[in-house]
Structures are given as structure tokens and as C-alpha cells.
Design a protein around this ligand. Structure first.
Ligand code: NAP
Length: 278
């Protein structure tokens, strides 16, 4: 069965749009960009389009790649203090000369819609309510929607990025799954992946996971987005793996749309919190 992220993300967006219609003042997402990374430009456009669809105001702050770190931090502080801004996101990656972690940690924890500040990461580890990174949250939403049981399952995650792999460890652990995380230094990867009841792949290499690396009836979640000749490919060899898997996400149309929907959801949640706590 194909897990349809496009369809589910549409449902989430409709819900948010209906919420936003009832607000006197529109929620606002501020996205900070440093440099002119082509992939970032595409992702920012997609976020802007999604915000427009549901009625969230989109603020794009773009700096040249020679901006002083202090200037970016000052802007974040200004946005933190702006009562009309509900979510703040630093579009990643930023040029290497900047300290990504330091900049991110200036974002107020209640506006940190990417869930990347130390405080939100720590809360997630301790299973406390917090803002959770959008891609991992979107994956959990898909699994929940299709009633996929997690308790006691062997979950294998390939890829340990702060944005995807690491938050997933806590999200699955908090649901009583047994979690293994693999990365480029993992020995005999296939030995791990073939143990997975649920296999999540976030590597960034086209068709990296082949049929022989997947157990019969596994649930396969493909996070990868690889562009080649104008087409998008996942990290999983979809056509062959789908014959073996019980459930699988397509690329495009799986995790990608869910990520954007969870961003809108996070902005909406931040908005509601800010406007009920006054
Ligand atoms: P990343 O930061 O580049 O991390 C890639 C991970 O893959 C690293 O942990 C790396 O291990 C691991 N890896 C690389 N080669 C490997 C190998 N041969 N065997 C096992 N592990 C290997 O990537 P990311 O930001 O998580 O993104 C991963 C992919 O997902 C990309 O294609 C990205 O575009 C896509 N993505 C999609 C969405 C979405 O919404 N669908 C969101 C975010 C990312 P080391 O840690 O040892 O280097």
C-alpha cells in the first residue's frame, strides 16, 4: 500500500485554512535565508505557496552570503519580540562560515517551528510537549493516519541528521518502538535494514535502498529528495521495493508534502498559544 502524503497533507491544510479563517489577524511565518542556494530557493518558494494557500502571512528575509552573523542574530531577536510573528525558521543549509547552531539557538523556543533549538530538542528527548521538527513529525502523522502499530516494532533509521534522523529516535522511542540508527560508519548496513519492521531512509542518495535490503512486509518511509534530469527520486528503489513492502511512501508525494503541512501546523499552533496566553 502506498502511503499518500499528498492526500493527507491536503486534509491537514484544509483544517488549518479553516482555523485561520476565524482569526482576526493572520498568523505569520518568517523565513531567514543566507546566500542563494538553488535548492533553498525552491524550498522557500514551496513554503511561501503553502502559506498563501492557507492564509498564513509569509515574511522572507534574505541576506547575501557576506552578512555579519550579528546582523542575522539581531533580526532574530527583533522577530522574537514582534507579537505579529508566530514562527521563525532559518533555511538550511547556510554557508559553512556561519555557526548554524549558535544562530538557531537565538530563535525563541515558542517560535522555533523547525524544532531545532536545544531547548526543544531536549524536551523531545524527555517526552515533553514541544515544537517538533517538521519532517519527523510528518512521518509520525502518516504512520498514525494509516494506523501503523509502533509499539514493540523494530525501527531502523538510516541517516542521523539533526533535522530528520535524530528527532525520529525520540519520536519512535516515545511510542515504545525499538530503535536502531545507522549512518555512514555503520558496518554491514544490510544486516540492520533487513531487521526493520519499519525502515526510514534519509540519506540523500538516489535508490540507495534496494529490494534485497528490505524485509518482507516492512513499512518503508523514504525521506530522500534527489534531483536528476529535472525529476525527483527517493532514496529507495520504489518500483522494486514496493513489491516487498506492506506500506511505502512515494517520492514525490510522500514525506515531502507532509513536511510542509507540519510547518503550517507548527505556525498555527504557535499562533494559538501566543494568542491565548495574552
Ligand atoms: P544529511 O544531513 O546529508 O544526512 C545524511 C545522512 O545519511 C547522514 O547521517 C549520513 O551519515 C548518512 N549516510 C550517508 N551515506 C551513507 C551510507 N553510505 N550508509 C549509511 N548512511 C549514510 O541529510 P538530511 O538533511 O537528513 O537529508 C537526507 C535526505 O532527505 C536528502 O535527500 C534531503 O534532501 C531529504 N530531505 C527531505 C525532506 C522532506 O521533506 N522530504 C526533509 C529533509 C531532508 P553520517 O552522519 O555518518 O555522515
Amino acid at each position: 500500500m502506498v502511503l499518500d502524503g499528498k492526500e493527507l497533507s491536503g486534509q491537514v491544510k484544509t483544517q488549518i485554512k479553516n482555523d485561520v479563517k476565524t482569526y482576526m489577524i493572520k498568523p505569520c511565518l518568517a523565513v531567514i535565508q543566507i546566500g542563494d542556494d538553488p535548492a533553498s530557493n525552491v524550498y522557500i518558494k514551496a513554503k511561501e505557496k503553502a502559506c498563501n494557500e492557507v492564509g498564513i502571512y509569509f515574511k522572507h528575509i534574505k541576506y547575501a552570503d557576506d552578512v555579519k552573523e550579528k546582523e542575522v542574530i539581531n533580526k532574530i531577536v527583533e522577530l522574537n519580540n514582534d507579537e505579529y510573528v508566530n514562527g521563525i525558521l532559518l533555511q538550511l543549509p547556510i554557508p559553512e562560515k556561519y555557526n548554524t547552531e549558535r544562530i538557531i539557538n537565538y530563535i525563541a523556543r515558542n517560535k522555533d517551528v523547525d524544532g531545532l533549538t536545544d531547548i526543544n530538542v531536549g524536551k523531545l528527548i524527555n517526552n515533553k510537549k514541544c515544537l517538533v521538527s517538521c519532517t519527523p513529525q510528518g512521518i509520525m502523522e502518516l504512520l498514525n493516519h494509516y494506523n501503523i502499530e509502533l509499539e514493540g516494532k523494530n525501527v531502523v533509521i538510516v541517516g542521523r541528521s539533526n533535522l530528520v534522523g535524530k528527532p525520529l529516535i525520540s519520536l519512535f522511542l516515545n511510542r515504545n518502538a525499538t530503535v536502531t540508527i545507522c549512518h555512514s560508519k555503520t558496518k554491514d548496513l544490510q544486516n540492520h535494514t533487513t531487521q526493520a519492521d519499519i525502515l526510514v531512509v534519509a540519506v540523500g542518495k538516489k535508490h540507495f535502498i534496494t529490494e534485497d535490503m528490505v524485509k518482507d512486509d516492512a513499512v518503508v518511509i523514504d525521506v530522500g529528495i534527489n534531483r536528476e534530469d529535472g525529476n525527483l527520486y527517493g532514496d529507495v528503489d520504489f518500483d522494486n521495493v514496493k513489491k516487498k513492502a506492506s506500506h511505502i511512501t512515494p517520492v514525490p508525494g510522500g514525506v515531502g508534502p507532509m513536511t510542509v503541512a507540519m510547518l503550517l501546523k507548527n505556525v498555527n499552533e504557535c499562533y494559538k498559544k501566543m494568542n491565548t496566553s495574552k
